[in-house]
Design a protein around this ligand. Structure first.
Ligand code: FES
Ligand code: FES
Length: 167
């Protein structure tokens, strides 16, 4: 099927478990559609080039940089953004651990880090420190030096195991 790149389309996407319909140009970035059309501003923009992971979301369970995904590619998929992971006052174990450890400072990288950590813990609930480092290697942070972030993920994994719930 071919699409006229210069005409808007009506696209259906499942976002955080809710069916949503958006009007957008096929090559518009999923990042912009989430933030501007759907008002989900928890997803951040850093580099805009697929290098920093600030815009990471889960698409059909896989971690993707939403600045690199044309919205057409997301049509019919299941997108999870930071807004689904937890919110005040019900923070997820991961969000709580980031807060406690100082893993969130300016906060620009934090939603992407949390989604990357969630993706890792969904696949591997009890990762080693090295696996955490590797699992978050696509996400850059200019503030923390990373150690607090890796510790937060390890703490969230331990807490989830104690509470017998997903992080
Ligand atoms: S803003 Fe998407 S990877 Fe940096
Ligand atoms: S907390 Fe500022 S970029 Fe990570």
């Amino acid at each position: 099927m071919t699409f006229n790149q210069s005409a808007q389309l009506e696209l259906s996407i499942i976002v955080n478990g809710e069916p949503r319909t958006v009007r957008a140009y096929p090559m518009e970035r999923l990042l912009d559609v989430l933030r501007e059309n759907l008002g989900l501003t928890g997803t951040k923009e850093g580099c805009g080039e697929g290098e920093c992971g600030a815009c990471a979301v889960l698409m059909d369970g896989a971690l993707v940089d939403s600045c690199l995904v044309p919205v057409l590619q997301a049509r019919g998929s299941n997108i999870v953004t930071i807004e689904k992971v937890g919110s005040d006052p019900t923070l997820s174990a991961l969000q709580g651990a980031f807060l406690k450890s100082g893993g969130a400072q300016c906060g620009i990288c934090t939603p992407g880090m949390i989604l990357a950590a969630k993706s890792l813990l969904d696949r591997k609930p009890q990762p080693t420190f090295e696996e955490i480092r590797e699992g978050l290697s696509g996400n850059l942070c200019r503030c923390t030096g990373y150690t607090q972030i890796f510790e937060a993920v390890a703490e969230a994994a331990a807490e989830a195991a104690r509470r017998k719930v997903p992080a």
